[in-house]
Design a protein around this ligand. Structure first.
Ligand code: 13P
Ligand code: SF4
Length: 335
């Protein structure tokens, strides 16, 4: 497809559908474009290994938001999903924010549409709204504070114990936080399709085969899975725990992309991806994996697709994100 046709089909396809010369060195090409355009590539741990290797910074949702807030680059190329790139744009209205594939969404963000959430919020007028960053900017605009899996506990603890709270959109993270903090937050009924697919039965079978292995899990997993975990944390926290632990074998209950950095950080250790409850590859996030090295290169070359936002919505969504970043900074929390 030629560039004009690819641009005309951008919204339908989600990306610029252009054929690249297969002999092109994409790694060198991306490095060249970074320099020419003063661009920075931010990537989440669930991205494919090649993207992680070419990124200037790899992190969890908190780390990526913090990096986006601090960068001096003119262009932020976001190798992650839409809500992450949107957060970068909310914090950087003057910068160009690119997402290699606009269809890289999030099932958890989709589980909280704005209109029913607004009705839910209106039923609890005395409640403060704490939303997990995995939500749309419309939900952020309806929230008082945003949190990520790295800082959620600290954010909840920063709120007076007598203040009632709505937690959205992840019911699993919310239930986990209720247990950890002793609160009784009202939970929105949302979930991530990747983290809900893990099977406690299959993890039990894996533990029988690898009795020495530690189970490490992301808090978006269901309670029955979290009960089996030796450690629960955000992607960055799981990574740090695995590298520092004396244990040699880990059953990793989160999206498989994280295994690349785990193996790089601890080459002699064994990381076993926890299986889903059927034979699909559903422990891969299909949204995260829509981004490819080719799409990343093309998005940098043509500076498309770009994240754009309505200014009123951006300002409303910015407030609760900034509150989160301030609380995290005061508590010395890094993603
Ligand atoms: P982290 O913030 O822990 O990286 O989680 C992001 C995410 O999308 C988990 O599914
Ligand atoms: Fe969203 Fe789940 Fe994918 Fe994370 S793993 S981006 S929560 S769909």
């Amino acid at each position: 497809m030629n560039i004009d046709k690819a641009k005309a089909n951008l919204i339908t396809n989600g990306f610029l559908d252009i054929e690249l010369d297969p002999t092109l060195d994409l790694f060198a090409g991306i490095e060249k474009l970074k320099k020419e355009k003063n661009a920075i590539v931010l990537a989440h741990y669930y991205q494919e290994p090649d993207i992680q290797d070419v990124a200037d910074y790899i992190g969890d949702s908190l780390g990526l938001a913090q990096k986006a807030q601090q960068t001096n680059a003119d262009i932020i190329v976001f190798a992650g999903v839409h809500f992450m790139a949107e957060t970068a744009k909310i914090l950087n209205p003057q910068k160009k924010v690119l997402l290699p594939d606009l269809k890289a969404g999030c099932s958890l963000a989709d589980s909280a549409p704005a209109a029913p959430f607004k009705a839910f919020k209106d039923k609890h007028p005395d409640h403060l709204v704490v939303s997990y960053i995995n939500c749309t900017s419309e939900i952020k605009a309806l929230s008082d504070i945003i949190c990520t899996s790295s800082n959620a506990e600290k954010i909840i603890e920063s709120i007076p114990a007598t203040q009632p709270i709505i937690f959205a959109p992840d019911k699993n993270l919310g239930a986990y936080l209720n247990k950890k903090t002793g609160r009784n937050m009202v939970l929105w009924n949302g979930a991530c399709m990747v983290h809900e697919i893990f099977s406690a039965e299959k993890i039990t079978k894996l533990k029988v085969r690898h009795p020495e292995a530690l189970v490490i899990a992301h808090p978006e997993c269901e309670e029955v899975v979290l009960q089996m975990a030796d450690f629960i944390g955000s992607t960055t926290q799981l990574l740090k725990y695995a590298a520092a632990s004396k244990a040699q074998t880990f059953i990793v209950v989160t999206e498989t992309g994280i295994l690349h950095q785990m193996q790089k950080d601890a080459p002699t250790k064994t990381f076993i991806p926890a299986p889903p409850n059927n034979n699909c590859a559903c422990n891969d996030c299909g949204y995260m994996k829509l981004n490819t090295l080719e799409k990343l290169y093309i998005s940098m070359k043509y500076e498309l697709p770009e994240i754009t936002m309505n200014e009123t919505l951006r300002l409303a969504a910015k407030k609760p994100i900034e509150r989160m970043l301030e609380i995290s900074k005061a508590a010395g929390l890094l993603g």
